[in-house]
Each structure stands twice: as structure tokens, then as C-alpha cells.
Design a protein around this ligand. Structure first.
Ligand SMILES: [Zn+2]
Length: 380
């Protein structure tokens, strides 16, 4: 067969667009909905330019997010201590605008690393203009997944299975944590200024009552009396069962005084939540040396990472946690509470919270003998 014959045979395969990565109807729907994204990516790649730099949010906004206990719209992890940064939904390496506020969202660093790892694992390493023709179906599938998982929530990404699998691997070592939805996340930046409440349409507190996709319910105040009381009640029982009775209980204030006005109940409730958040962040009332343990783990991990080029098995790390928990004599719930790690959820999710507290920037990568933790460079 001559060269032309081969070209003629190969070409239709690349012209099928992204149908091999998602259903026909899904492609029709998404390529129409995100036509502007695909068009600007195509234009950008044809110009053969490199990645643009920059495009982050202000320090004040970061502080506001933490003060409001905002969480990650992708995994529900609460923002604290700068564990979050700005994601460009349409990736800059694929022509996404850095200064367009609608193209930015604040997510946790692990999700950010994982989205970047998904892009590179699925399409390949940038720059992408050299591969733009051969890789276009993949580029398109990734671009659609990236928009969809922000606009319709992370679970919607399953409509583009191959891309989604890359993300689940990198972020959750393959185990999707069904229990986690964001509660106080912020959506695309165009709709909020410094004092705005969380506005992500898929927050669990607002998702009830959504009858069809895209029908965003009226924004309710996110701190209702009942949600505050529910939270206080939970915190109260946690303390009752996990801790000694001698622990000071800031919860009584506001809960017992029936004569207080609604406003002052809410004010006290907010103060109590602040107090709980502060105390659980800084001084866990249990008898283990949280900081000492973290330091010990980090010493072991640093050595392992440097011996193995920034890669170690997730299982090895988790065994170390299990051993420390056993030695502490604490039940899991109290142990996790001391480290401010959520009790519900799969092991990889908890492992990622422990790792993040030690300041690691990483993704999970599947290998023959199980999941590995890969260190990443800091991305902003
Ligand atoms: Zn996240």
C-alpha cells in the first residue's frame, strides 16, 4: 500500500471526534454546550503558542474562603492553611484564559494536581500544539470533562469514562468517595465578591430541590439556624463519646437559653463554630502528640521519597498510620478527630488528608502492585 493509501485509511479514525471517549448523545450535547471552549482551544493550538502564566486570586479572597470554612467543589475538603489554589477550568496549556474570572475556580491542591495529572496522563505532556491533530479527540474529550465536572459536579464526569478514570485514580486511588459532596464551595468566580456566601450550585445544602440539570435552585442562606444547630449537635455528641467529660464545652451557650432571640442564637452559634474549628485545628483534646507523630511520619516519608525518586507505595504509608493508631490506643474516630481528618470515607481519601497536612503535593498513580504516591511540583 502506498503512503496516500495509509493516510486515507488513518484519517477517518481521527475524524470521528471524541465519540470513542463518550456516547454519541453525550458528545452532541457537550460539544454544543462548550462549543466556545473547543473553538478557543483549536485557535490557540493552531497558533502554536506556549502556556500562559499567572491567574490566581487575591490573598484577601483566599483569607475569606478560609474564614467562611469554604470547601473544595471537587472533593469537599475544607480549605485551611493555604491547602487550595486556583484552577483554570479550561487549562492554560490548551488555551484557557488566565484572566477570565469565569475560567477560574478555587479547589484543593490535591484535586488541582490530580486534574493536571489527568490531562497529562490522558493526552500526554505539553506543549500540545505539536500533537494537536493526532490528539484532538483526546484534547476535546478532556476539555469537555474539565468543564462538565465543574458545572455539574465531579460525579457528572463519569459520562466521559476514560478521562474520569484517570482523575479517580490520581485523586482517590480509584475509590470514588460517595459520601463527599461540597457543602460550602464557591463556584466560578464571576458571581462572587469578597463577602459573598458560598455559591456553588452543587453544594449539598442547596442541591436538594434541583429538579433537572442546570436548574439552579434559589440561593438559600447557607448558615440557617437548623444547619447550625445540627452541626452543634453533632459536635456535641462527638465530644461526648470521644473525649473526657473534663473537656470544656462551648456549646451550652445559646443552645439552652430559650429566651434568646433568633439573632443572638445565631451569633452565639457562629462563635461556637469558630471555637470548635479553632480548637480542633490547634489543640486536639486527646493524649497523643499530633505534631510529634506528623514529624515522625514525615521523616520516614522524606527518606523513602528521596530513595525512590519521589514515589512510595500508598500501602506502606497507610500501614504506618495504622501502626501509630494502634500504638496510641485510641479508637479510629478519636484518632482521626485529633488529626482533623474526616471519619467517613475511603482510606485513600484519609491518606491524602494526612499527607496534605505534612505539606506534600502529590497524586496517586496505579501500578501493577497497587497505588503509588507520586510527589508533584507546586502548581499555582
Ligand atoms: Zn479537592
Amino acid at each position: 500500500m502506498n503512503e496516500e493509501g495509509i493516510v486515507a485509511k488513518v484519517k477517518p479514525a481521527t475524524e470521528h471526534h471524541s465519540l470513542s471517549y463518550m456516547g454519541d448523545d453525550v458528545y452532541q450535547q457537550l460539544s454544543t454546550r462548550y462549543a466556545h471552549v473547543l473553538e478557543s482551544a483549536r485557535t490557540f493550538l493552531n497558533k502554536k503558542k506556549g502556556t500562559k502564566a499567572g491567574g490566581t486570586i487575591s490573598r484577601e479572597r483566599k483569607a475569606t474562603l478560609e474564614k467562611n470554612h469554604a470547601d473544595c467543589p471537587q472533593c469537599g475538603q475544607v480549605f485551611r492553611g493555604g491547602n487550595h489554589n486556583t484552577e483554570h477550568i479550561h487549562a492554560k496549556a490548551l488555551g484557557g484564559e488566565k484572566s477570565n474570572k469565569k475560567n477560574r475556580i478555587q479547589i484543593c491542591k490535591v484535586c488541582n494536581n490530580s486534574r493536571n495529572s489527568t490531562m497529562q496522563g490522558f493526552i500526554g505532556v505539553p506543549p500540545y500544539h505539536r500533537q494537536r491533530e493526532a490528539q484532538w479527540p483526546k484534547i476535546e474529550a478532556f476539555l469537555l470533562w474539565a468543564e462538565l465536572t465543574i458545572d455539574d459536579g465531579i460525579h457528572a464526569g463519569a459520562q466521559i469514562p476514560e478521562v474520569h478514570a484517570h482523575f479517580l485514580e490520581a485523586r482517590f486511588a480509584g475509590e470514588m468517595p460517595h459520601a463527599f459532596y461540597p457543602k460550602r464551595a464557591y463556584g466560578r468566580f464571576s458571581t462572587w465578591s469578597i463577602n459573598d456566601p458560598p455559591n456553588y450550585p452543587h453544594n449539598r445544602s442547596t442541591i436538594r430541590g434541583v429538579s433537572s440539570r442546570g436548574n439552579i435552585p434559589k440561593q438559600r442562606p447557607t448558615t440557617t439556624i437548623s444547619s447550625v444547630l445540627g452541626r452543634m449537635g453533632r459536635a456535641f455528641f462527638d465530644r461526648l463519646f470521644d473525649y473526657k467529660p473534663s473537656v470544656p464545652q462551648p456549646l451550652e451557650h445559646g443552645l439552652n437559653d430559650e429566651h434568646e432571640s433568633v439573632d443572638s442564637t445565631l451569633r452565639h452559634a457562629n462563635e461556637n463554630i469558630e471555637a470548635i474549628a479553632t480548637s480542633s485545628n490547634t489543640q486536639p483534646p486527646v493524649e497523643i502528640e499530633v505534631d510529634e507523630l506528623r514529624k515522625k511520619w514525615k521523616e520516614v516519608l522524606d527518606l523513602e521519597f528521596s530513595n525512590q525518586n519521589g514515589v512510595i507505595a500508598l500501602g506502606i504509608f497507610w500501614n504506618m498510620i495504622v501502626e501509630s493508631r494502634t500504638n496510641s490506643g485510641l479508637p479510629w474516630r478519636a484518632f482521626e478527630k485529633a488529626f482533623n481528618v474526616r471519619h467517613k470515607g475511603a482510606m485513600p481519601m484519609k491518606a491524602s488528608e494526612f499527607l496534605e497536612q505534612m505539606g506534600y503535593s502529590f497524586v496517586f498513580v496505579k501500578q501493577e502492585n497497587g497505588y503509588m504516591i507520586h510527589l508533584c511540583g507546586e502548581e499555582e
